[in-house]
Design a binder for this molecule. Structure first.
Ligand SMILES: Nc1ncnc2c1ncn2[C@@H]1O[C@H](COP(=O)(O)OP(=O)(O)OP(=O)(O)O)[C@@H](O)[C@H]1O
Ligand code: SF4
Ligand SMILES: [Mg+2]
Length: 421
């Protein structure tokens, strides 16, 4: 027991001692060469994040354009809490949303859906890439412009209870930000709140009640009314119905659709319920471990899923036919850590169609026509050819990624080009 104790004390000293020595070295270096030290730290961070992308040209049909967006959360370690790595929650994803439409975002728990929504709204500072809202980069807004654009971009959270203040009556919850942003003149305030509440299926007498006096579905209506009251153009709906029972889910989904028609709203609809996404979305993006692996218009994607991950996800959708035999694809293993994603294709550790080339070469997007894109070697002739060569000569694996990139360069393809524009 004493041995164990002394060993753990020794290890602790080793760790802390090293951190203190590192900290001391960093302080001395900063005092001696402050500019050089700051530049080197910035360079080290930039190398880890590798924020490289081609800027996009705004298309006025789109309300939102996301280009190579990255959100890396730092992993701190040691006595001085230095950054030793990053959780790559969102790792270079790109997509557009047309005005007045809904894009669904699906994927397993932890794949980065919420982080995408929050980074778009600047609730998290982005690590890389760009987000254009009506053609303007949201990350370049100063405080004043951000304040004026905030009401136009709203979010509805998954848990309607924890996102409502228990101490305020509903009229005040909905009206607080309306007053703050001067959405309507003071004399019209009461009528405006009543109108918004009614369009969300709430009654005027609900104004004086507190959140705990409502059912789950009614609370979600309050959250939607709160977002709607700011006269938004774009709403991130982050799993808005997953905490509700099925009959209430349908009511809320129909409410969101009606409001979209009435107010011309655009939604990013995050969910892992594929039936709900199919019902409400015009297009769907499928995420895996911080990357978008497939994107297509909803009908096209549900009729013809191409990526092995999408196939596995869709095979779990229940079919309302007792004679139908479900052919469910079970994904083996756990979702890998986004701090240390697998090399090559991030999905290769769980893919039943994995080939040799998938283990070392990052797949590029393939345009399958009909606005359908997939990021998988199975649809890339170049990669399939390389896979055949690798089977004959396993030593090729070491240089495989370089070779594919050279082939892509020769064919004038850019691996950093925006995959879903
Ligand atoms: N603030 C944070 N700090 C560090 N890591 C975070 C933070 N927020 C999210 N993460 C990590 O980022 C990854 C993506 O998380 P995110 O919440 O975006 O997933 P999700 O797809 O929305 O999952 P779910 O379907 O369960 O809501 C996860 O590995 C999570 O642990
Ligand atoms: S690239 Fe390979 S591992 Fe990745 S999804 Fe396609 S077949 Fe599977
Ligand atoms: Mg989430």
């Amino acid at each position: 027991m004493f041995n164990n104790f002394s060993r753990s004390i020794g290890e602790w000293f080793k760790k802390v001692g090293r951190s203190i020595a590192d900290g001391f070295r960093a302080t001395v270096s900063f005092i001696a060469h402050p500019r050089k030290t700051i530049r080197e730290a910035k360079e080290a961070r930039a190398a880890m994040i590798n924020d490289v992308f081609d800027p996009i040209e705004h298309n006025p049909e789109n309300i939102l354009e996301v280009n190579s967006l990255k959100e890396y959360f730092p992993i701190k370690s040691g006595f001085l809490k230095r950054t030793v790595g990053y959780v790559k929650a969102v790792d270079g994803i790109s997509f557009n949303i047309k005005k007045g439409t809904t894009m669904g975002l699906v994927g397993e728990s932890g794949c980065g859906k919420t982080t995408v929504g929050r980074t778009i709204l600047r609730l998290y500072p982005k690590s890389g890439g760009e987000v254009l809202f009506n053609g303007e980069d949201v990350n370049k807004f100063d405080k004043k412009s951000l304040r004026s654009v905030r009401p136009k971009m709203q979010i509805v959270f998954q848990d309607p209870y924890s996102s409502l203040s228990p101490r305020l009556p509903v009229g005040e919850i909905i009206g607080e930000a309306v007053r703050e942003h001067n959405i309507v003149p003071q004399e019209e305030f009461d009528d405006y709140i009543t109108k918004i509440m009614q369009s969300c299926g709430l009654q005027e007498y609900h104004k004086d009640r507190y959140p705990h006096e409502f059912s789950g579905g009614q609370r979600q209506r309050i959250c939607i009314a709160r977002a709607l009251a700011l006269n938004p153009e774009f709403i991130v709906c982050d799993e808005p119905v997953s905490a509700l029972d099925v009959s209430i889910q349908a009511q809320i989904i129909n409410l969101l659709r009606d409001l979209q028609k009435e107010y011309g709203l655009t939604y990013l609809f995050i969910s892992h319920d594929l039936s709900v996404v199919e019902h409400i979305s015009d297009s769907v993006g499928v995420m895996y471990l911080g990357s978008m692996v497939e994107y297509a218009p909803t009908a096209e994607l549900f009729a013809n899923p191409l990526h092995p991950y999408t196939e596995a996800l869709f095979s779990a959708i229940p079919v309302p036919d007792p004679n139908y035999k479900m052919n469910r694809i079970i994904l083996e293993g756990n979702i890998p850590s986004p701090a240390n994603p697998p090399s090559g294709c991030k999905f290769h550790t769980r893919c039943r169609k994995c080939m040799e080339v998938c283990k070392s070469v990052i797949p590029k997007r393939i345009d399958m026509g009909n606005d359908h894109y997939v990021v998988c070697h199975l649809f890339d002739e170049e990669a399939l050819k390389l896979n055949e060569e690798m089977k004959k000569d396993p030593s090729l694996a070491e240089n495989a990624d370089k070779k594919l990139k050279k082939n892509m360069k020769d064919a004038k393809l850019n691996s950093t080009e925006n995959p879903f524009m």
